[in-house]
Design a binder for this molecule. Structure first.
Ligand code: A3P
Ligand code: MG
Ligand code: MG
Length: 362
């Protein structure tokens, strides 16, 4: 069975999408990415987020001491599932809904970003798998053969590029509003602060986890947190633009920036402009609402969100059988239709662990 990505009209209305609300959070530590349901990994952006400013950061500083995220962890959806088991009372469905949890879909923001960007994607395909448990559809993206191949052949240069973004974060984020960034310590790329967001796209309720770079706050954030009044920031690095080709690349890249930020209600992306040698010399910001206008010639946000809405509607229609029976695999190969396969639940594409099912059934 296939799902066709037809041409969406630019002037088609934006599908209804509520501003996402934070419903929970957790931290993963820098050792074995151990889960703790607290704010321990929350970082603060203490500069003025609205002002352009000159800086002097060397992204290669301490590169040989970087602690990378262990490659063999294979965490899948586990941290989100853990959060659900600990907090299901806050997201339990009302009895008439005929399912366990209020959200109809559970996934990571990264997966939604993949779906949303599909109409304008010209490099990578994707594999998204779906399993239904007590009426809710869980989604997880697996690496395609091409991605596996890329990951297995990362060069030193690739790893260096990947580490630059984390080093940049270290230069501008602090552990508390009153302290300075600790730029002498090795960067630990395994640490993470993650928020759970709830929203509605069309008539579908979604719950997703997203790694949050930092929060803008002059006061220490304490529990219980009132997230409504806190602003998160998304941090990026961007190569200095010297010609129209690079300008076009930047505008194309804004789709990913827009999507990532829009899905978690972030208003502003702060980016460090860097040289090819990894020197950041300027901080600037771009408003998320401006991005679709800046990049009008390259992508269209309404087309993207309509595609996501339609694809999730399709998934909801076809994913009818429970996790015990099968896992549904959707594969998008660049420029082709999206093909679905129904696989046995013992397949390598299964991803709901027994401990989750056991705890949820208690
Ligand atoms: P940049 O965003 O400055 O490129 P994020 O911006 O999503 O919070 O990610 C932080 C950093 O992690 C990125 O910084 C980049 O260095 C690294 N990173 C994230 N996703 C990556 C990917 N798929 N491949 C390589 N590096 C990635
Ligand atoms: Mg991030
Ligand atoms: Mg970032």
């Amino acid at each position: 069975m296939s799902f066709v990505i037809h041409q969406y009209h630019r002037n088609q209305n934006f599908p209804s999408f509520n501003r996402p609300e934070v419903v929970g959070y957790f931290s993963l530590n820098g050792q074995e990415r151990e889960y703790s349901q607290d704010l321990s990994q929350l970082k603060y952006y203490t500069r003025n987020p609205h002002s352009k400013q000159e800086v002097d950061f060397d992204l290669n500083e301490g590169l040989d001491q970087v602690i990378r995220k262990p490659a063999n962890l294979d965490e899948k959806l586990d941290h989100i599932l853990r959060w659900i088991v600990n907090n299901y009372r806050t997201i339990r469905a009302s009895p008439e809904l005929n399912r366990w949890l209020r959200p109809e879909f559970v996934c990571f923001r990264g997966l939604l970003t993949k779906i949303v960007c599909t109409p304008f994607e010209n490099r990578d395909g994707w594999i998204i798998c779906a399993m239904k448990f007590h009426g809710t559809i869980y989604l997880f993206a697996f690496d395609t053969e091409e991605q596996k191949c890329k990951n297995a052949n990362l060069t030193k240069k690739d790893l260096q590029f990947m580490s630059w973004g984390f080093k940049f974060e270290q230069y501008v984020l602090s552990d508390s509003p009153g302290s300075s960034p600790k730029t002498d310590e090795p960067v630990n790329e395994a640490e993470e602060f993650c928020c759970l967001f709830s929203t509605k796209l069309g008539h579908k309720t979604l719950l997703y986890g997203a790694e949050m770079d930092g929060v803008c706050s002059r006061d220490v954030v304490r529990e219980p947190v009132n997230w409504k009044y806190l602003k998160f920031v998304e941090l990026k690095t961007n190569r200095v633009i010297k010609n129209s080709y690079q300008e076009q690349n930047y505008r194309r890249k804004l789709l990913k920036w827009w999507c990532q930020s829009f899905l978690v209600g972030i208003d502003e992306v702060i980016y460090g402009t860097r040289t090819d040698q990894g020197k950041v010399f300027e901080l600037d910001n771009v408003k998320v609402t401006e991005m679709p206008k800046i990049a009008r010639a390259f992508w269209n946000a309404s087309e993207c969100m309509n595609f996501c809405n339609d694809f999730l509607n399709h998934v909801r229609t076809v994913v009818t059988r429970e996790y015990k029976e099968c896992v549904y695999k959707f594969e998008y190969k660049l420029g082709e239709t999206i093909e679905m396969q129904v696989l046995p639940s013992t397949s390598e594409f299964s991803f709901l662990p027994d401990w989750y099912i056991d705890q949820a059934n208690r």
